[in-house]
Design a protein around this ligand. Structure first.
Ligand SMILES: C[S@@+](CC[C@H](N)C(=O)[O-])C[C@H]1O[C@@H](n2cnc3c(N)ncnc32)[C@H](O)[C@@H]1O
Ligand SMILES: [Mg+2]
Length: 388
């Protein structure tokens, strides 16, 4: 964190805590990003499938989270639909997501609505985040919030961040950090509220934060205080079926991602991987580099490729992927055609992971790849235009 003495005219609760005419405390990375990174690490650590960000604003956190492999459903809720209009489309899949599909399906939905209202689509999440949200509630709304989020949504984990007013003593102004804040709590106030809520709804809570104080002022704590709530083991999971019908929020945006669970994308990747391995083996064969892998005997005077073996360096140690194919039927050549048995292709870990067995591999590639008569090997021309 840097501290500068600069003249500023605005107060921002974002990357910079600015103080009119006096001191600026600048966080690096910016404070808002530290909050998002904090959540991202929690997601990586706990691997939730379903995460909802309440008061998601310009969806920046959701955009960071969508790359987490464990996620299958991401939801954002905000009362202000304007933000979605501008930023919602940034959540859609890009070219890279189509070329290199995720392992798991992912659906992202943005709802316009107040998190103080109950909507059954928010029940049963693994994690709910409320980043810089609660300080925007007046006392009436703050009183409603725990019953909706802890009592009704009842996710396994809840992350709540809010400004730590103890840190404000480092700023020579007494206003709140944002004009819309209804309160800013000291650590004692936040922890008292959080422990009471946790007790009422059968959660445990631990406290931490982001935005380190400057050296010499450690006693003020983090600039942003964070409570992490874990639902204690309960006899029964929240019954989602009982909540059917209560759709209060409006769907403002929804999108789904290409994934390897979808046959269209799995087929495309398997065909690509198959061709890649077949052409790699074909090239190696032509270069005469891997006699050890092929049936042809390099000492056989009838072997047309014998001449390539002389003077070649001894074979390189086999790579991991090649080791797994060592015991499988070898590629072979008949006339000007080169064949790679499916049993050899399925031995490559990525193909194995995608197909499981030879039958499924055959079914996935049959329409796009030429097979030999028995359907047991991929067939390509030994000479390929790409070699020229
Ligand atoms: C300070 S912003 C924080 C945005 C985002 N969580 C972040 O950290 O960048 C607070 C957000 O909460 C939203 N909000 C306030 N009251 C709300 C309510 N009752 N229900 C849903 N969203 C609310 C606001 O519209 C705003 O986008
Ligand atoms: Mg705020």
């Amino acid at each position: 964190m840097e501290e500068n003495n600069l003249e500023c005219n605005s107060v921002v609760d974002g990357n910079v805590e600015e103080v009119p005419d006096k001191k600026v405390i600048k966080f690096n990375p910016p404070l808002y990003r530290q909050r998002y990174e904090f959540v991202k690490k929690l997601v990586a650590q706990h691997e939730p499938k379903k995460v909802a960000d309440l008061g998601c604003g310009d969806v920046f956190l959701l955009r960071m989270l969508k790359y987490q492999k464990c996620l299958e459903e991401l939801v954002g809720v905000d009362i202000n639909e304007e933000k979605f209009k501008w930023h919602g489309c940034k959540l859609s899949a890009c070219v890279g997501d189509h070329l290199d599909p995720r392992e798991l399906d992912l659906i992202i939905t943005l709802y316009q609505g107040s998190v103080l209202e109950k909507d059954c689509r928010l029940v049963g999440f693994d994690m709910v985040t409320c980043i810089e949200l609660i300080e925007h509630f007046d006392s009436e709304d703050l009183a409603k919030f725990p019953e909706v989020v802890f009592g009704y949504m009842s996710p396994a984990m809840i992350v709540i961040s809010t400004p730590n007013s103890d840190f404000n003593s480092l700023f020579p102004y007494s206003d709140f950090r944002d004009l819309d804040h209804k309160f800013e709590w000291s650590r004692m106030e936040f922890q008292t509220w959080a422990l009471d809520v946790a007790n009422r709804y059968n959660y445990s809570v631990e406290f931490t934060g982001v935005g380190e104080p400057p050296s010499g002022a450690e006693d003020v704590g983090y600039c942003t205080q964070i409570g992490i709530f874990h639902r204690k083991a309960q006899a029964t999971e929240p019954d989602i079926s009982e909540q059917q019908g209560q759709h209060v929020y409006q769907v403002a945006y929804t999108t789904s991602y290409p994934s390897l669970q979808q046959i269209k994308y799995r087929r495309r990747v398997v065909v690509y991987e198959t061709y890649r391995e077949v052409h790699r083996m074909r090239r190696k064969y032509k270069m005469g580099l891997t006699w050890c892998e092929l049936e042809a005997d390099p000492e056989d005077p009838d072997n047309p490729r014998r001449k390539f073996t002389s003077g070649l360096p001894s074979p390189q140690p086999l790579k991991e992927a090649e080791k797994s194919t060592e015991m499988t039927p070898k590629p072979f050549c008949i006339g000007d055609k080169f064949y790679v048995p499916l049993e050899r292709i399925i031995a490559y870990p990525k193909v194995k992971h995608l197909c499981g067995n030879v039958e499924e591999l055959r079914a996935l590639i049959a329409d796009a790849v030429e097979l030999n008569c028995s359907g047991s090997a991929v067939q390509v021309d030994l000479d390929h235009y790409a070699d020229c």
